[in-house]
Design a protein around this ligand. Structure first.
Ligand code: TA6
Length: 301
């Protein structure tokens, strides 16, 4: 499958038969579109900024080295919410696999390419991120894998800690007609109700703003899925490797209205964020150590 680079900083990978494709904006290495059998699987705001002026509203923004709002100290040093990975221009490293069943492309980011410069003051560490995106038309899947490395540069090197999260915006036909399964029995930090509880439901419906961190979700046989509420048929599955937490977010009316780059304002009816990450705790890397994590998204068409 050929890959195409466009003048406006996109990398497009298409299957030979044109049934599947993935479009990646070099800014933030943000997946903007993933089509399986010609059907778009992700939600992208109609007013998402694609000009490197701000993080993309939709697709799969990448959260590193920090999930959520920075502390006052880090903010003063230039750190932004969800970190600098999604607001830096990544480098296309190349195509690493190309068969009838899968095509893989890789992107890289290091301190020398982080932007804006202020971030390096807020997080003054040497690091290497290698982001691998594998599109599989036959499996109707998209796999995103991140490798985080703390290079060993001798005495200059120090240990550091980070969060990682794939901030995936899934497209759904109508939020009222779907549910989320695979999270029952999991401890939840609910940012809306400002409470913690244990999830009792295995068919979580979304009828208002939801902003929850499901912690230490067991990677068991049942993947986290967006399902049709009535029939419980799966729409999309998220299988995680080394990503212990799952964030579920829908902004609902008030936040959708408040977000300038969230359009249409009724778009929250057609989107649901199921975000695989390691955000409840920090991962610590000593010099010379690497950390790898992966999510496999499957469309049940
Ligand atoms: O992942 C959920 C969340 O942390 C929400 O709290 C909300 O802030 C959302 O991310 C969007 O954040 P953003 O910085 O992209 O507007």
């Amino acid at each position: 499958m050929p890959i195409e680079q466009t003048d406006d900083g996109k990398v497009i990978v298409s299957s030979a038969d044109g049934s599947s494709s993935v479009t990646v904006l070099l800014y933030g290495a943000t997946v903007l579109s993933w089509k399986a059998q010609g059907t778009e699987q992700l939600w992208l705001s109609e007013s998402a900024k694609l000009d490197s002026s701000k993080a993309v509203r939709g697709g799969i923004p990448l959260v590193f080295p920090l999930f959520g709002p920075p502390s006052a100290e880090l903010k003063a040093a230039g750190m932004v919410q969800h970190g600098f990975a999604r607001t830096s221009t990544w480098e296309l490293l190349g195509q690493t696999k190309d068969t009838d069943d899968v095509v893989e492309v890789q992107f890289g980011l290091g301190p020398e390419t982080v932007s804006p410069e202020g971030q390096t003051q807020a997080w003054p560490h040497d690091f290497t991120l290698i982001y691998t995106i594998a599109l599989s038309p036959t499996a109707k899947s998209l796999q995103t894998t991140i490798t985080v490395e703390n290079p060993d540069n001798g005495a200059k090197s120090t240990s550091w800690e980070f969060n990682w999260l794939f901030h995936t915006y899934f497209r759904v036909p109508e939020i009222a007609d779907v549910a989320v399964r695979g999270l029952s029995g999991v401890n939840v930090v609910d940012k809306v109700s400002k409470s913690e509880f244990n999830e009792a439901s295995d068919a979580i419906t979304i009828t208002q703003e939801v902003d929850r961190v499901y912690q230490d979700v067991p990677a068991n046989s049942i993947p986290v899925q967006i399902i049709k509420k009535e029939s419980r048929e799966p729409i999309t599955s998220v299988v995680r490797q080394n990503l212990d937490d799952v964030v579920v977010w829908n902004p609902w009316t008030e936040n959708a209205n408040a977000l300038s780059d969230f359009t249409p304002k009724t778009g929250f009816h057609q989107m649901l964020c199921i975000e695989a990450g390691t955000v409840s705790k920090f991962v610590k890397l000593s010099p010379g150590e690497k950390w790898e994590a992966c999510q496999t998204l499957t469309a049940h068409l």
